[in-house]
Design a protein around this ligand. Structure first.
Ligand code: PGA
Length: 258
């Protein structure tokens, strides 16, 4: 089976359900509404990252090719005495095909770029696609956020080769824009400038061609009302939080692709 997101020119929209919804019954309801609108979607690959306990059931409910299930995090070891942790191979064995790594809400709980790079490595080894999240806490007029972003990208990709980079998706999520509403999201000009900056950082670590090929998504209050416009920021798609739990809204975001 080919890898999701990285082996296609299609746009990519990933649903990050976070620690919601509260039960499997509710999760199934949201998921079936999502898979049913997927029948009329062209040119976009969708990922859904529910909480771990729901992955297996939801993956058994879908047999199409344009939607993949994945995890919101994982541990870097393959197996062992690590109470509470979940490995890449376990995620794969229940139908998961990608994993979000380094989300700012994980970083806020102690995740470091060092552990993020280990998690990326293990994700790649199991042939899952890592969705690496990066993003600054705040913007400042002196541009300190740019050096923060550069360091975060470099450290998260430590020990990752240019060959491996091809199988990674980057989600740029400015922390100040997460979990609010469309009016708080980034504007398209700023987003475009940031996407160019991220590709420059990747060029300096790898090379121009590798940097050009990486898919860069945007996340942070993507809603039906701003999705179309945000594509003008030259992103390859979105990582969507709250709006992904409302199938009607998520459908509009998925269908906003140019
Ligand atoms: P949001 O979350 O869409 O609710 O801002 C995005 C994310 O945290 O991935």
């Amino acid at each position: 089976m080919s890898k999701p997101f990285v082996e296609t020119d299609k746009k990519v929209v990933i649903a990050n359900w976070k620690m919601k919804p509260g039960s499997l019954t509710q999760a199934k309801k949201i998921f079936s509404a999502t898979t049913s609108f997927m029948r009329s979607v062209r040119g976009v690959e969708v990922g859904v990252a529910p909480p771990f306990p729901f992955i297996q059931k939801l993956s058994s409910m879908y047999s199409g090719t344009t939607l993949s299930l994945g995890a919101q995090d994982l541990f870097w070891e393959k197996t062992g005495s690590y109470t509470g942790e979940v490995s890449a191979s376990q995620i794969k064995s229940v139908g998961g095909r990608f994993a979000i790594v380094g989300h700012s809400e994980r970083r806020a709980l102690g995740e470091t770029s060092k552990t993020v790079s280990k998690k990326i490595k293990t994700t790649l080894k199991e042939e899952l696609v890592p969705i690496l999240c990066v993003g600054e806490t705040k913007r400042d007029s002196s541009g300190d956020y740019l050096s923060f972003l550069r360091k975060e990208i470099q450290a998260s990709l430590e020990n990752i080769s240019s060959e491996e980079l091809k199988n990674i998706v980057i989600a740029y999520e400015p922390i100040w824009a997460i979990g609010k509403s469309a009016s708080f999201s980034m504007d398209k000009e700023e987003l475009h400038a940031t996407v160019i900056f991220i590709r420059k950082v990747l060029t300096s670590v790898y090379d121009r061609d590798s940097a050009k090929e990486v898919k860069i998504l945007y996340g942070g209050s993507v809603e039906p009302s701003n999705a179309k416009d945000l594509y003008n920021g030259m992103v390859d798609g979105f990582l969507v939080g709250h709006a992904s739990l409302v199938p009607k809204d998520f459908e509009k975001i998925v269908k906003a692709a140019p």
